[in-house]
Structures are given as C-alpha cells and as structure tokens.
Design a protein around this ligand. Structure first.
Ligand code: NAD
Length: 328
C-alpha cells in the first residue's frame, strides 16, 4: 500500500487532499495544529502537533513516505497577511516549518515533497495594471513581493529546490492562485475574498448592501478546490519540478465577483466601498507552462465553483443560526 504524509491536513486544501488520497487507496498520515474544522478527517493516522518543533517533525517523519505534501503555513486572507500586523509570525512560523520538514524528510530518505508556494511571491511591479498583470513563472525575479508572506514563500520554494540540487530529492513546487471552495474558512478574519463575499451576500437582504474593501476594481482569478487538488497530484507525480502556477486564467474584478455571487443568490446587492487591505491591483494565473509540462490545465468556470461554495456557506449560516436558536 502506498503511503502519504499531509502536513497541514487540518486546513482547507490539506483536508480535501487527504480525501482524494484515501479514494486512491493510500495509507495517509495527517499532521496539523488542529483537526479539520468542518468534517471528520479521513486520514488513517492524524497527529495534532506543532511542526515548528523539531522533535515533533522527527516523530511525524519516522519513515520514507511515497509522497509528502507540505501545506502547513501560517496564513489567511488579505485581512491577515496584508495588514503588516502578523509579519514576524508569518515569516518565522512558516519558514521554521519548511526548514524542519525539508531536512527531516531528506534525512529519513524521503524523495518527493510537494510544496505549496503562492502567487503572492510575484513582484508587485508586474501587478500594478489590473488589466494586464504578469504572472508568468519566469517573471519572479528581480524579486519584489508585496508582502512578507510572499517573501517567505519565495525563500521556501528555493529551499525545497536546493534539496533537489544538492541531495538528489525530487521535490515539486506549485504557486497556487486563490483557491476556494466548500469546507474553507468563511468567517473570523482569516477567510479570503470568495468566501467573505458569499457570506456577506448570504446574510444581506434582497436590495441590501455589503461592504467591499477598496474600489473593487482590482482583478484576481480564483481556482476551485477540486482542480487545485488535481493539479497538485499531477505535478507531484510528474517529472517536472516547477515552480509552476496552479490557478485559473478566468480573471475578474472583485466587483464582478460580487455580481456573480449576487446572481447565484438571486439578490440585488449594492456595494459600499470602504478602506481596507486589498493587495496588488491585478493578478491572474498564466497557464502556459503547466499546459506544456503536464499537458493539463484547470478548465471549470468560476461560476460553477461559486455555486457550490455559496450553497455550502449558506448552509453553514443556516445551521449556525438554528444552533443558536436551540441554545437560546
Ligand atoms: P489553511 O490555513 O486552511 O491550512 C494551513 C494549515 O496549516 C492550517 O490548518 C494550520 O493549522 C496548519 N498549521 C499552521 N501552522 C502550523 C504548525 N506550526 N504546525 C502544524 N500545522 C500548522 O490554508 P490552505 O488554504 O489550506 O493553504 C494550504 C497551503 O497552500 C498553505 O501553505 C498556503 O500558504 C498555500 N496557498 C494557499 C492559497 C489559497 O488560496 N488557499 C493560495 C496560495 C498558497
């Protein structure tokens, strides 16, 4: 039986990845500071522990796994990573996890680690024009990410590739672009734009108003979770090390994103633009390299993913308010 380790298995992408690996027949160990928030883990073995601690990482990587997925990171949406208030924690926590995992995996004779970098590592100077952002993989240097989160990702992708160069590992690096879907954080401050907008629209009355950070003219693309998992697995098992974008090329403004969600909800929604952290003006995935190297790229529409996500968030809100009523 093949074995896999998923670091960050209590998180959004990690918990979906565990399900996929189980469907494929893997024996899966998950590790995270916490269990998944919205469903029971399907991992065969789930260790609740802190990967910043070297002795924990020694216990977790006690063998040679067929595949290791390193998704654990101190992360959140714009309200967490772009305010500057969490920079030291983000850099220290995520870099420590990556240093520990890369080295221990190598020492226990593991060969293949997938590492999730982020489109946030692309230089800010290529993302000032919302109509024409440049996120081709080769545009990464001269480096100038707009957040410390992005700088840490850049450091860590280089770390995993250095182990390939010097120690004969076959680590794989992807740069994810805004992944969304059911069973992701949708409230509390760490949620990202699609989930936050679905929540605000679901809570608003027809003809109601929701708050949007900035003017809403900044552009982004959003990738549905199932396609993220597909790309992750394909890259991990391929003979291309990356870094490569895993994202959607369907670019929209945040205002358009609100309009799509409002349409799905069947509501007329007014936008109240307020000051808030927004990140770069434009960002879109460039899928030429993934198509060339893997013969695959995501194809589903943004709307199809938003329909599933909106339905899930609406159900969460309903069951929360039912719970509150029965507790009252
Ligand atoms: P997430 O926050 O849901 O999952 C990350 C998990 O790491 C969390 O469950 C968290 O508890 C865990 N973790 C944090 N510190 C830890 C520690 N010290 N020890 C053990 N576990 C720890 O995030 P996600 O959306 O599932 O993202 C997974 C990875 O993909 C992250 O590395 C993230 O930076 C990257 N990424 C995600 C997106 C996206 O849009 N979701 C975009 C770009 C990159």
């Amino acid at each position: 039986m093949k074995t896999a380790l998923v670091c960050g298995a209590g998180g959004f992408i990690g918990s979906h990845l565990v399900k996929r690996l189980k469907r494929e027949g893997f024996w899966v160990r998950g590790v995270d500071l916490k269990f998944p928030g919205f469903a029971e883990t399907e991992a065969d073995d789930f260790i609740v522990a802190d990967l910043r601690d070297q002795s924990v990482v020694e216990r977790v990587i006690d063998r040679s796994f067929d595949e290791i997925y390193q998704l654990a990171a101190d992360m959140g949406g714009a309200g967490y990573i772009f305010t500057g208030e969490h920079d030291a924690d983000i850099m220290h926590n995520s870099a420590t996890i990556n240093l520990n995992v890369a080295d221990r995996a190598y020492k226990r004779n593991n060969k293949r680690i997938f590492y999730s970098s982020s489109a946030c590592m692309y230089p800010a100077y290529n993302q000032e024009d919302p109509e024409n952002p440049n996120c081709v993989e080769s545009s990464a240097y001269p480096a100038a990410p707009d957040s410390e989160y992005g700088w840490e990702k850049l450091f860590s992708e280089r770390l995993f590739l250095a182990y390939n160069r010097n120690y004969g590992m076959v680590n794989r690096v992807a740069r994810y672009h805004n992944i969304f879907g059911p069973e992701g954080t949708w409230q509390g401050g760490k949620e990202k734009a699609p989930a936050a907008i679905c929540r605000k629209v679901a809570l608003a009355a027809n003809n109601g108003e929701i708050e949007i950070w900035g003017d809403g003219a900044q552009t982004r693309s959003f990738l549905f979770i199932d396609e993220c998992i597909e790309g992750t697995i394909r890259l991990t098992r391929s003979n291309f090390e990356g870094p490569v974008n895993i994202g959607s090329e369907e670019m929209v403004t945040i205002n358009q994103l609100v309009d799509i969600v409002a349409d799905i909800a069947g509501k007329k929604i007014h936008k109240n633009h307020i000051p808030g952290p927004t990140g770069v003006r434009g960002r879109n995935s460039d899928n030429r390299l993934i198509e060339e190297k893997l013969g695959w790229a995501p194809g589903a529409t943004l709307r199809a993913g938003l329909e599933k996500t909106y339905a899930w968030i609406e159900a969460q809100i309903r069951s929360n308010s039912a719970g509150n009523k029965s507790a009252a």
